[in-house]
Design a protein around this ligand. Structure first.
Ligand SMILES: NC(=O)c1ccc[n+]([C@@H]2O[C@H](COP(=O)([O-])OP(=O)(O)OC[C@H]3O[C@@H](n4cnc5c(N)ncnc54)[C@H](OP(=O)(O)O)[C@@H]3O)[C@@H](O)[C@H]2O)c1
Length: 300
């Protein structure tokens, strides 16, 4: 019998990688949900609609639900708190309840922004203290998930990159617009510390956790972390991408001040002991992972 996984946000940066990862294993039957970018095999479902969600759970009856869909841009969240609550918290609760009705397991994707970044590293049991409305909404989504069932799980991840449809899609790849424009000054934040992580590596961790959950339900539950292990500022990322792609770095300048906009943690490095102790995970070096991601945009 096929194992069935439902992936929300399968048109998004992370969801696409998770969807692709499950498709590599024929023992999984995969249904991906999307909204404005629904196309191909992805089903269009507005997850803020209880009726639409109920129908998809009734039709597909997944055993595993990977909940990627969210509003994840801190500056958008600051401006749209009501829409964010409906998507990041209310829809999460409904998904968790519907999964509970059919005995499915939910893995809720969260963020290192649930931490204040003042005292890293943060292990899975560290106290949360989000600094901005995005972090608060994701922390509240975590609480809702684990309130509906303590057997559900949360996977926190840091800043992501991976195959993008356009450079603006990831907070990492968006740096490349200025990096490749060698005729102009490129000022990059060199203050906040980040751990850029390849979406495909997260996809592997999620499939491994899902397989393990179906093999031995009691062995998987609660909060997990996964992160790359290279400590970089955006300036470091810009220099690494330029160097890896043979682009001049002489126009790239470091800005030692905190970034503007919604307050962001200084260094929310997350410890990944629980996934590592299962023997799971993969870490693609940034200089290797970023080249195929950016190559289609060189010279454009
Ligand atoms: N990107 C990062 O650097 C990062 C870092 C840490 C944690 N995370 C977490 O990782 C998860 C995935 O983030 P991401 O970067 O992949 O986000 P993303 O690229 O912005 O994708 C968001 C997804 O949510 C879907 N969505 C939005 N509104 C919806 C609605 N009303 N109904 C159904 N689907 C809806 C979008 O569908 P359409 O596009 O089809 O409308 C899209 O598939 C999020 O939970 C985020 O908090 C991301």
């Amino acid at each position: 019998m096929a194992k069935k996984v439902l992936i929300t946000g399968a048109s998004g940066l992370l969801g696409r990688a998770v969807y692709k990862e499950f498709l590599t294993d024929a023992s999984w039957e995969v249904l991906g949900l999307a909204f404005s970018r629904a196309s191909g095999n992805l089903r269009k479902v507005d997850i803020t609609s209880s009726e639409e969600l109920t129908k998809v759970f009734d039709d597909f009856k997944p055993q595993i639900v990977i909940h990627c869909a969210a509003e994840r841009k801190p500056d958008v969240v600051e401006k749209q708190p009501d829409a964010t609550r409906q998507l990041n918290i209310d829809a999460t609760r409904r998904i968790c309840e519907l999964a509970g009705n059919i005995g499915a397991w939910v893995l809720y994707i969260s963020t290192d922004y649930v931490f204040d970044g003042k005292n890293p590293p943060y292990n899975e049991d560290a106290s949360t203290n989000p600094l901005n409305k995005y972090g608060i909404s994701k922390r509240d989504g975590e609480l809702v998930t684990l309130e509906v069932s303590k057997d559900y799980s949360v996977l926190r991840v840091p800043i992501l990159y991976g195959d993008v449809q356009d450079l603006s899609e990831s907070a990492v790849t968006c740096l490349f617009d200025k990096v490749k424009d060698t005729g102009n000054r490129c000022v990059m934040n060199d203050y906040e510390r980040r751990y850029p992580t390849h979406c495909a590596d997260i996809g592997v961790v999620i499939r491994q956790l899902s397989d393990k959950k179906l093999q031995d339900a009691s062995s998987i539950g609660g909060i997990y972390h996964w992160s790359g292990d290279e400590n970089m500022t955006k300036y470091d990322m810009a220099i690494t991408m330029a160097t890896a792609l043979g682009i001049s770095t002489s126009h790239i300048e470091a800005d030692k001040n905190p970034s503007v906009g919604a307050t962001r943690p200084y260094n929310a490095h997350i410890g990944c002991n629980r996934v590592e102790s299962l023997g799971f995970g993969r870490r693609t070096p940034f200089k290797d992972g970023i080249v195929p991601v950016l190559s289609p945009f060189v010279g454009k």
